[in-house]
Design a protein around this ligand. Structure first.
Ligand code: SF4
Length: 332
């Protein structure tokens, strides 16, 4: 039977911005999201900047408060309701759920050696008894992340982007987490280095039995890495499916537009791209009905008034009033 590590139901994250009676606004960064993340899987979360991906990842790490709905973590050893998690259980969850940052240049303190950067979570969380044990653990995880052990005494500025990201990965994994959120973790790297870091993440997933939530704006990166993909737009999930199914036959017009933005090697395909017009609307001023209707070439009257809910057909979910009739539509 499939085991789920994370289960979220109707999860929403709201931020209050501005102050005073008339300037205060509620920003719905994540709005009524339901998803399951299978244990040991590589779960992709895609969407443009401003779609709420990062906030959803942080809510699942209990790094931002959940306003509505619920999220549960269950790894066979412990079971936590993230909404009410606090005290010793929250401290324990910090060990089990970790984040790999996007920017390896900004994430690493330039004044700490690589050894101290990787060791810090062990020391802050009190996970080792003494320096010898800490050093042993640091060397073990550094080797798994393909870092040269001689380099542990150096400072981050001595390393390339790819090497720095491997240091960030080692720091995230040193506490022995089960769940890892990788937030645009290869976006700041050259394409050739991206493949190297992605291969390392896949290898670590296999070796350590990790479960990844891989956040990216780039579908082509997700294609080769993830088992399952969720597409997010303005705080809502609009489509989810196993990667193979999503890439073979995307159903939501937004997903199709994201696919069209992937450069094609076939010159005959290049003219067929469906351009994603306009900007993603502000989360403080969201459109009524389908949130994508202001940019969707297929919007009709009902799209402006009624929000479509996720419909499931086997393991493929889509939230669009017209997905069935649009299955064979050629991009406008
Ligand atoms: Fe486009 Fe309407 Fe479907 Fe929204 S519900 S994606 S506006 S066709």
């Amino acid at each position: 039977m499939t085991e789920m590590l994370i289960k979220a139901e109707g999860l929403s994250v709201h931020f209050t911005i501005g102050s005073g009676l008339f300037n205060k606004q509620i920003l719905k960064a994540v709005d009524n999201v339901t998803l399951d993340i299978e244990k040991g899987s590589f779960f992709g979360l895609v969407g443009e900047s401003g779609s709420g991906k990062t906030t959803l990842g942080r809510a699942l790490l209990k790094a931002v408060p959940i306003a509505e709905g619920s999220a549960h973590y269950e790894d066979g050893e412990v079971s936590y309701d993230l909404q009410s998690l606090e005290g010793a259980d929250l401290k324990d969850y910090r060990k089990r759920a970790q984040l790999i940052f996007q920017d390896p240049y900004a994430a690493l303190s330039p004044r700490m050696t690589v050894r101290d950067i990787i060791a810090e979570p062990l020391e802050v969380m009190g996970l080792t008894k003494n320096r010898t044990e800490t050093d042993e653990r640091v060397r073990e995880i550094a080797a798994k992340c393909r870092l040269n052990l001689e380099h542990l005494r150096r400072f981050p500025h001595a390393f390339s982007g790819g090497q720095r990201q491997r240091i960030s990965i080692a720091r995230a994994l040193v506490s022995g987490p089960q769940f890892v959120v990788a937030d645009e973790s290869v976006a700041a790297l050259d394409v050739s280095i991206q493949a190297d870091v992605l291969n390392l993440l896949k290898q670590l997933q296999d070796e350590l039995g990790l479960t990844f939530m891989f956040i990216s704006h780039d579908l082509s990166v997700v294609a080769h890495t993830c088992d399952h993909v969720a597409v997010m737009y303005l705080g809502r999930l609009v489509e989810t499916a196993p990667t193979r199914k999503l890439f073979a036959a995307p159903r939501h017009p937004y997903t199709k537009a994201l696919f069209s933005a992937i450069p094609s090697l076939d010159p005959d395909d290049r003219g067929k791209a469906q351009k994603l017009e306009g900007e993603i609307p502000s989360p403080t001023n969201q459109p009524s009905g389908c949130k994508f209707h202001t940019r969707c070439p297929y919007a009709i009257d009902v799209c402006k008034t009624t929000e479509p809910q996720l419909e499931t057909e086997t393991d493929h979910e889509v939230a669009c009033h017209r997905w069935k009739e649009l299955m064979d539509a050629v991009p406008a």
